[in-house]
Design a protein around this ligand. Structure first.
Ligand code: SIN
Length: 275
């Protein structure tokens, strides 16, 4: 089986053809897909047909699958998250820049999203390369950031007062009781497979710089959040039914656009944890 890999933008992203993700792919093909993911940061496939079992089996080739602590999975498939926006829903899931589960002690390495039903227009997903964002910084700021860690938490999104709890629409979001844990990750992440450095803070889940107050952290985080979404670091994926996006959460942010009022969008995601 030979894969064709075509870059889609300057900073990140590639579309891969020649693989049927529902098949029991040979280890050599999985290795090529993994290498493409590490190199291109987010990879796209078209015209796939995946049952929940197929998506779970494909995801497991890359590591154990996460069961999301706050979003209930599909009946019978707890690892499969259904991302649904019904015509009457005003808000969507993932409608802000973030890296999946950075609020966990061991955040997800990858997410595999499969499109089943799409609006007639809109509903694209944006991706932003945090490698490009890191590389564009001055040597002085890079050196400063490399000495820092940041505190991440799901509290702002998933606590009883959190954004997702308040605006969950058709998604089944479990409200986190009381305090939600805080976990510390380096601000500059060294990719374990490529050795490349990327910024690892995001507006949804990063609360403050470790050892700094919230007020002290705000100007630096605001600068980074603005910097990290610069258009030149991004690509945009226009979904069709059967499309799959597989992104590396250690290298990219993503953002699900909410520009299709009155229409339905239905996706399924599995999320790969570190081994
Ligand atoms: C997400 O995983 O954050 C949702 C992405 C999307 O629905 O496009």
């Amino acid at each position: 089986m030979s894969l064709t890999i075509r870059k889609v933008a300057g900073a990140l992203g590639a579309e891969i053809s020649g693989a049927d993700l529902s098949a029991d792919l040979p280890g050599s093909v999985i290795a090529q897909i993994r290498a493409a993911l590490v190199e291109h940061q987010v990879i796209f496939f078209r015209d796939q047909s995946l049952s929940p079992e197929d998506q779970v089996a494909f995801g497991r080739r890359f590591g154990p699958l996460n069961i999301h602590p706050y979003v209930r999975g599909m009946d019978g498939h707890p690892e499969v998250m259904e991302i649904i926006k019904e015509p009457a829903d005003k808000t969507n899931f993932g409608g802000g820049w973030h890296s999946d589960t950075s609020f966990l002690e061991r955040p997800a390495i990858g997410s595999i999203l499969y499109a089943l039903e799409l609006p007639e227009w809109g509903g694209d997903t944006l991706f932003s390369s945090q490698v490009a964002a890191y590389e564009a910084l001055s040597p002085g700021l890079k050196a400063t950031l490399e000495g820092l860690s940041a505190v991440h938490s799901a509290g702002r999104e998933y606590s009883a007062q959190g954004h997702s709890a308040q605006k969950r629409g058709s998604m089944s979001v479990v409200e986190a009781e009381g305090a939600v844990g805080e976990f510390i990750h380096p601000v500059v992440l060294v990719h374990p497979e490529s050795g490349r450095k990327a910024l690892y803070v995001n507006p949804a889940f990063t609360l403050r710089i470790e050892g700094w107050t919230k007020r002290e952290s705000r100007p630096l985080l605001d600068f980074l959040f603005e910097h990290c979404r610069y258009e030149g670091y991004t690509c945009r994926f226009n979904w069709r039914p059967g499309s799959v996006a597989f992104w590396d959460n250690r290298q990219v942010w993503h953002f699900a656009l909410n520009d299709y009022p009155g229409q339905r969008r239905y996706m399924r995601r599995v999320t790969v944890d570190p081994a």
